[in-house]
Design a protein around this ligand. Sequence first.
Ligand SMILES: NC(=O)c1ccc[n+]([C@@H]2O[C@H](COP(=O)([O-])OP(=O)(O)OC[C@H]3O[C@@H](n4cnc5c(N)ncnc54)[C@H](O)[C@@H]3O)[C@@H](O)[C@H]2O)c1
Length: 424
Amino acid sequence: MAKDIVKIVLIGAGNRGRGVFGQYALDNPHRAQFVAVVEPDNEKRNSFAAEHKIQESGKYKTTEEFFKKNGKIADAVIIATLETERLNIILEAINKNYDILVEKPLGCSIAEIIKITDAATCFKGIFAVCHQMRYMAGYAAIKSLLSSGRFGKIIAMQHSENLSYHHMAHSFVRGLFNNDSMTPMILAKSCHDMDIMRYLIGKRPLKISSFGSLNYFKKENAPKGAPDFCLQGCPAYKDCPYDVQKIYFQEKTDSAYIRQMGVIKNNDQLFQALLNNQFGRCVFKCDNNVVDHQVVQIEFEDGITASFQMAGHNFYERRITKISLTNGEIYFDFNEGMIKACTFSPISEDVFKPAGMEGSHMGGDKAIMDAFVDAIATGERSRIITPVEMSLDSHLMAFAAEKARLNNIVIDVKEFESQCRANI
Ligand SMILES: NC(=O)c1ccc[n+]([C@@H]2O[C@H](COP(=O)([O-])OP(=O)(O)OC[C@H]3O[C@@H](n4cnc5c(N)ncnc54)[C@H](O)[C@@H]3O)[C@@H](O)[C@H]2O)c1
């Protein structure tokens, strides 16, 4: 019998935990309810608990405390910590038999990710990786066009992730994902892209090469006289697109940027925070070392080739995907929200905008939560289209690309996986 309301524990009440998964339950109280929260930061924990009417007994500072104290108190856990905090939390959640939705990437090292995927593969509960792009209406439509057979067999794919200049600066220069001591860019940002290529092509990757570097966000490009923080009176602030007043105080500022700074209630508090937090730094004087542009070339099974480009210097934030097939072409641009699907015989040209591409990640965040909650409520596992085996391939592609870039070599993915497994 279907459950009425799926009960969930949130682990990590930061930007994604609070703003995406928490918001889903607030918007859909008839479908999902958070009954406990695990979060070390007092303000975030208390504020999440207040928003979700979680009692004192449902607030935990650490996962050790949470897992030690309880049997199973909910249907599921959502793990929205940073990727540095994954392996033990996942293993404990599996051990307690919680259905699990976990943020991507699954971990910081390939060894960790292999351990997680191996444990999750044997797990009988639901284990969903938050590759929400697979659920996004645009890619769901492309997947069904590919499955229709009308376009023939895939020959090649071009895919790109074009980050807006402010997203690049916020997340990968100043922000949480700016240094490969945690994760390289290709994993932190583009594991979604590796995943969507793997998913749409539907074959395993065989060989990978890659080039790229950190070209621009470096000390030598700082304007003359620029202080360490924008708000310390930078002489270049008028012309600098990265000036914090231009990025963080606009009506269109992404609320995710602000949530990553903590619980910020108004612009005065935001201004005070930016005087000395990491997001207030001059973009040319940060501790960043991840690339600001990278290309990856992949050969998949059946001789299918794919190329991927990530670039951090763009006005429009958008992914662009183009697939060449034996009987047609499929093209998708996030910015237009439009798919163009053409066949050679009979000659046809369809241009359409799939419905439901509103909201964060163009509707993907809501769609993956709908699927996760439905799968738990009804027991219908087919709603989960992000099985962990395929996620392993996406993560392997990212690590292989990074190794290829750093060593200027071509990586054989099967060999790479065997070597990684041998080193565990
Ligand atoms: N799916 C996507 O599109 C997408 C988008 C952005 C970020 N992410 C991923 O989501 C994850 C979270 O990112 P974020 O932007 O929300 O970061 P964040 O820093 O805002 O949130 C992480 C939270 O986890 C808390 N935390 C740390 N250790 C913990 C522990 N042991 N137990 C419980 N909570 C703990 C932190 O205090 C913080 O509040 C990252 O792995 C990131 O790569 C995914």
